[in-house]
Design a protein around this ligand. Structure first.
Ligand code: ADP
Ligand code: MG
Length: 256
């Protein structure tokens, strides 16, 4: 970890009518880290990813990426400067093949490759994601874990500096979770900074360098995993008393 701030959220508020999905949330993402972002259902995790990746313009607050104010930039513009995300519910182009889904991202990503180059690169990315055998299938033939890993491959094809992962491990069986965690480690080793939203607290504490806990759209705790999971405010809001003292192996899923 180099220790410099890659992205900073400053007092971000996101209102939907009278509901504050984010309520003056501030946090920093450091270059080279894996940041685990957790919190109860509805605490604003996906909204924060939507705001950072440009799906929503925040009602108030600023987002700085590499020191520049990027608040309100459109998703494709943010992708070009190095911010990519996956969706909690995968959103592939169903009518095209697995290969074309990833090739499109290479064609329209940061460096803009030709179709031919993009297809070669897409094969490599798909092999990395364990989908080499599936390249010519229509996306509709993929099961959930394959769709989730296709999402990852598509995001990687954008060559991000910062990759935001929204529950990539949700719904996977234990061996698929292990595969997913191994992929995330390899992505990190390529030098990509990761934000990892996940309900599987065992996986988050194992993978993350730091954690941030959201509750009602506010950052209620941040720090090293072992500190955060023992924080009384986090136990009260999210983990529950049963979590205290348990190892990551014993506790797969927190409530919510
Ligand atoms: P999480 O990902 O932590 O479960 P979300 O960010 O999806 O939570 O949601 C936070 C709150 O904002 C919830 O109350 C949710 O219903 C609300 N919300 C999220 N997106 C929208 C939207 N587009 N319109 C209205 N309410 C929304
Ligand atoms: Mg969510």
């Amino acid at each position: 970890m180099s220790g410099s701030v890659l992205l900073a959220c400053e007092q971000i508020t996101m209102a939907f009518g009278g509901l504050l999905a984010l309520n003056q949330a501030s946090l920093a993402i450091y270059e080279g880290e894996i940041l685990g972002l957790v919190g109860p259902n509805g605490s604003g995790k996906t909204t924060l990813i939507n705001v950072i990746s440009g799906q929503y313009r925040p009602t108030a607050g600023r987002i700085l990426f590499q020191g520049a104010d990027v608040t309100g930039l459109r998703p494709n513009r943010l992708a070009h400067i190095g911010i990519a995300r996956t969706y909690q519910v995968p959103r592939p182009f169903h009518s095209s093949t697995v290969l074309d889904n990833v090739a499109l991202a290479w064609m329209f990503g940061r460096r803009g490759h030709s179709r031919r180059e993009a297809q070669e690169l897409a094969r490599e990315t798909l092999a990395f994601a364990g989908l080499a055998e599936k390249v010519h299938l229509p996306v509709s033939k993929l099961n959930l874990h394959e769709r989730k890993f296709l999402e990852l491959a598509r995001a990687l094809a954008l060559e991000p500096k910062l990759l935001l992962l929204d529950e990539v491990l949700a719904g996977l069986n234990p061996s698929e979770v292990q595969l997913g965690m191994a992929l995330i480690r390899q992505i990190h080793q390529q030098g990509i900074t990761l934000v990892f939203v996940e309900h599987n607290v065992g996986a988050v504490t194992e993978l993350s360098h730091r954690m941030v806990v959201l509750n009602y759209g506010q950052n209620i705790a941040q720090g090293p995993p072992e500190q955060v999971v023992n924080d009384p405010a986090v136990i009260a809001a999210y983990l529950g008393e049963d979590y205290r003292g348990a190892s990551s192996q014993e506790v797969g899923h927190a409530a919510g």
